[in-house]
Design a protein around this ligand. Sequence first.
Ligand code: BTN
Length: 124
Amino acid sequence: ARKCELQGLWKNELGSNMTLSALDAAGAFTGSYHTAVAATNKRIVVSPLKGAQQHPSTKGKVTFGFTVQWQFADSITVFVGQCFVDRQGKETLETTWLLREEVPSRRDSWKATRIGTNVFTRIK
Ligand code: BTN
């Protein structure tokens, strides 16, 4: 099986797009995220992300994580995931995310975190 590379342009099942940079020597990467949906009514703006890939496993099915710092909301999202390649060479990023929204008081903290999954496929 071929190896997975995180660098490139990806799209998920919601229609969100993200671009991931090449990895630096330590496995860190940056990128930008254009979400197709939002929890707020604010106008969506492309937002920066920062992440790390775990040391390249010899099996090529790398694990990674990244944080998106939304530029139009007070919330923040972290994604963790793993890259898989099928026999046709098609790459898929299987991810789980946590979205923390800002709430006015500690009493509201119980409802401040959402969780979900996203599957990304490569566009470029
Ligand atoms: C917000 O509305 O607070 C900021 C935008 C959040 C978009 C979320 S992050 C997880 C999920 N996957 C996406 O591609 N978009 C939503």
